[in-house]
Design a protein. Structure first.
Length: 92
């Protein structure tokens, strides 16, 4: 399970699963187990904006913090995504 970072961001691991690389770039956020159950899911656009597909166990404040982090770091995160997938950003 590829992680964008080996440490937690605002208390959550940011990752994607190897079986979901057929989709556009996205980020799961989970505080414990790195599974899709209970995790939030953000599709990432080419300008770093995100669309929340699943809120998971995150509250609105946590969602906003993660979205802001992704916006600031999406180019770096895309390099990790591109190692596994040929699919680009959401809505491209």
């Amino acid at each position: 399970m590829p992680k964008y970072y080996n440490y937690k961001i605002y208390g959550y691991y940011l990752y994607f699963t190897s079986h979901c690389i057929v989709e556009a770039m996205h980020v799961h956020a989970s505080d414990k187990r790195l599974t899709e159950g209970g995790s939030a899911k953000f599709f990432v656009k080419s300008d770093g904006d995100t669309t929340v597909i699943e809120q998971g166990n995150l509250n609105e404040r946590e969602l906003r913090k993660i979205q802001a982090f992704i916006k600031e770091n999406y180019k770096e995160m895309y390099l990790t995504w591109a190692e596994y997938s040929d699919n680009g950003f959401y809505n491209n």
